[in-house]
Design a protein around this ligand. Sequence first.
Ligand code: DON
Length: 305
Amino acid sequence: MFNLLNTLVENNKKYGKEGKLAAYIPALLEANPNDLGIYIVDTRGKEYFAGDYNKKFTIQSISKVVSLILAIKDNGRENVFKKVDVEPTGMGFNSIVNLEASDTGKPYNPMINAGAIMTSSLIDGKDVEERLKKILDFLKIVTNNNDIYVNENVYLSEKETGSRNRALAYFMKSTGVLDGDVEEILDLYFKQCSIELDARDLARFGVVLANDGVLPWNGRKVIPKDVCRIVKSIMVTCGMYDASGEFAVNVGIPAKSGVGGGIIATVPRQYGIGIYGPALDEKGNSIAGLKLIKDLSDELDLSIF
Ligand code: DON
């Protein structure tokens, strides 16, 4: 496995040159666009890695998976899906027209920005700090890593340049679908996007989802099986934004990307996969990361379809 991963990283590194760092959050421009790394954990807890697997980056939209899980935990699935739909969208992850065009006024799904602002608003807690702590504590458990924190520099950069997210949130407030203090909800959203981790952390989180919510390293159940099923289904249909259909055809694994360059993927009952490659394609997905995971899926026959 190590040889295979090294070869795939070497073969696909070159694609970083064809992508661009996410410039709309200035702090993300500090990454090296040529980095590419992968980490894999199997459901027995064995770990494999290659390339820049230990570089830190911010979780960005992959945090949407966490806020969905916590929103369901705190409210039950029915109440969550009264506030956010589960339908894919052919639009970009920060689309505004999408929100206005929705019949119900609800965001289309929890994997786009509007949907994640909604699920974050549903996490119980007396203030932003308490809600953020729940997100961090959850991540510490599913990554088996206590060293998970918010990158202050990225957070401030997100907050300063987050006008589009403010527009989405205030629009949902104006139509009555989003409850609560909009600035507080946005603050939580910016902070959760700025949580720093690495490919190993993503792979471990991915294997917990693959293993129906049981931590492979100690057998403890931390996410209900039905919640894992819901989350993986939504990852397949919506996780790679408006490239989700193509990803399902070419790779065939539940996955979620973030503009920090991360991809988490979860192969049911087999593997968790974490990828880091900060140069993005025009849809906001890691350009070399997509090539790498496609090759891996072909080599190991990972498609669930
Ligand atoms: O809200 C934003 O725009 C970013 N903090 C996160 C978006 C993101 O990762 C979308 N990803 N491809």
